[in-house]
Design a protein around this ligand. Structure first.
Ligand SMILES: [Ca+2]
Length: 186
């Protein structure tokens, strides 16, 4: 069989012997990047979001429309329809990733990410992971956040469950409401 020339092929694909193997690899990488993992949801064209649309529970909500699952609906533009709100202290969210994943980090979109005042951004919180829902490991601990979007890479850990616990909901002590627009897990 006459194989086509591919002048721009990576060096590993240059030899005819490696051509078929290399093409198979590239197809597999393409499928992972644009197919199967994309189905789990990706943000900003980068990481897959394992939390997107996964079963999520949380502490008592501020009002109807601000349920826990709003923190994993992939949206943060329309305020009440896209955020989790709770006045319980500590407030908490628990996400079931539906299967065990290798977790590399988290991104949290706080009040400012949804267009609310940055003084409402979550101040202090921690994130724990678990592979069975019973034994938890704290992997992120934040005491003084001001940002509207906070990103927390971690040493990779295998987990099916992620729990966010908010101990200081805003920048001001007199505002008791935790407002989480999105929790992304990658
Ligand atoms: Ca949301």
């Amino acid at each position: 069989m006459r194989l086509p020339r591919w002048n721009h092929a990576p060096r590993a694909c240059a030899s005819r012997r490696a051509w078929l193997t290399c093409c198979t690899c590239l197809l597999a990488i393409g499928a992972t990047t644009f197919g199967v993992d994309r189905a789990a949801g990706a943000h900003d064209g980068q990481q897959v979001d394992y939390a997107l649309h996964q079963p999520t529970t949380g502490s008592v909500i501020c009002k109807p429309g601000e349920e826990a699952e709003k923190a994993v609906n992939g949206l943060w533009a329309s305020k009440t329809q896209d955020k989790f709100c709770s006045k319980q202290r500590p407030a908490w969210l628990q996400i079931d990733l539906s299967s065990e994943r290798e977790v590399h980090g988290f991104r949290i979109r706080h009040a400012g990410a949804g267009g609310e005042p940055v003084t409402m951004n979550t101040r202090a919180f921690h994130i724990s992971t678990s592979d069975d829902g019973n034994t938890w490991t704290t992997v992120v601990s934040v005491q003084n956040n001001h940002d509207s979007v906070s990103t927390h890479p971690i040493k990779p850990i295998r987990a099916q469950y992620v729990r966010l616990v908010v101990t200081q909901p805003t920048q001001a002590e007199d505002d008791p409401a935790t407002r989480i627009y999105e929790v992304e897990v990658w």
